[in-house]
Design a protein around this ligand. Sequence first.
Ligand code: NAP
Length: 251
Amino acid sequence: MAETRVAIVTGAARGIGAAIARRLAADGSHVAVLDLREEDTATTVQAIVDKGGRAIGIGADVAAGPDVRAAVARTVEELGAPTVLVNNAGILRDNLLFKMADEDWDAVVSVHLRGAFLMAREVQRHQVEARWGRVVNLSSTSALGNRGQANYAAAKAGLQGFTKTLAIELGPFGITANAIAPGFIATDMLRASAARLGITFEEYLDAAARQIPVRRVGQPDDIAAAASYLCSDEASFVSGQVLYVAGGPQG
Ligand code: NAP
């Protein structure tokens, strides 16, 4: 039987993060479900517990050093040393470059890039000690460029360089680092985009599906399946990669 591992999934109250947390728990890991407010993590934690898994909810802002240190310390205390980290927390502050406020740039870069950096730096000490670890960072097809997303595209492309560097630095300790770059995944994050375009979410999904080779939009479980593989023992020779999960080729 596979060893029980402790995983931290950020931004796991809903959407892709919640699906990844549930999937890693189903795979046998104990999971720290991290999100901005602890009370928002209850649904994900309950879903895991209902299936016989073990999970705790932690409220923390991944971009804040003291929050990150406290979150990892609580994970160690209540679940054990974390060796799996999924940096999934994210926000959108879309606007065309000429209208983008300083705060929109800073907020997006801070959550995605600084957040992933702070979390990875804090968790790596436990991974190095265990001589085993998995880091999965959520990038995006937007890393290749997307109108209205200069901040988000820069952060998601930055995460790819960050991932490759972690793979090089941490590889000697049995730790792999990979990125998943989702295409269009039906989550709350995109509801706001539909509202901004003045169409319903369903119309937005239909229009997106028509542009995707497999003729459907992605679901959070599509990303969870990829994360499950990258976090598995079998994936120990896959590191520093960016896996586009988008229903068709990218790049
Ligand atoms: P989502 O439904 O908006 O969920 C994101 C979660 O992250 C929310 O629960 C959010 O909390 C949390 N969060 C935001 N800022 C945080 C912070 N500073 N600290 C801790 N948690 C924070 O988004 P999603 O669609 O599942 O996306 C998950 C990841 O996949 C993101 O990194 C996103 O960029 C990436 N992605 C998504 C898509 C897509 O099509 N959906 C495509 C490509 C990449 P609040 O609700 O309180 O804000």
